[in-house]
Design a protein around this ligand. Structure first.
Ligand code: NI
Length: 136
């Protein structure tokens, strides 16, 4: 195990209790959960600040299959940014609902702009971007 520092934190009891419930469900422990939060935050910061070099991101979208023009517009964005789109996964969740996951690689500003335009489309029920880095 690498060297570790012990730290104490001041947290509201109610907030800590809710956090502990999440940790219990996932079978982890408090220290590892806090380390994960810190790592995730550092990756986000690095992603935003790394203006040079490629970064990767996935955009997850849930939308109504009945909105045919939305599917067309999503395809248009893919073609407009074909240099950044690595792959697209489409899942028909049920008769009405589609799930789409788009993997992107490129400059952070470009990926952020693509993600924002996808998630901001009218008819998208839920959108989330996950940014990542190949740095250790
Ligand atoms: Ni579908």
């Amino acid at each position: 195990m690498s060297e570790r520092e012990r730290v104490s934190l001041a947290i509201e009891p109610e907030l800590l209790s809710r956090f502990d419930q999440v940790i219990e469900r996932s079978g982890g422990n408090r220290s590892e959960a806090v380390r994960d939060l810190i790592r995730n935050r550092l990756i986000e910061e690095e992603w935003v600040s790394s203006a040079s070099g490629d970064t990767v991101a996935t955009v997850t979208l849930v939308y109504d299959h009945g909105k045919r023009d939305l599917a067309d517009r999503l395809l248009d964005v893919g073609h407009d940014h074909h240099d950044a789109v690595l792959a697209t996964l489409h899942v028909h969740l049920d008769h009405e609902t589609c799930l789409e996951v788009i993997a992107l690689r490129g400059k952070p500003e470009q990926l952020r702009a693509i993600a924002d335009s996808l998630m901001g489309m009218k008819g998208v029920k839920h959108g989330k971007v996950v940014t990542s880095s190949t740095a250790p």
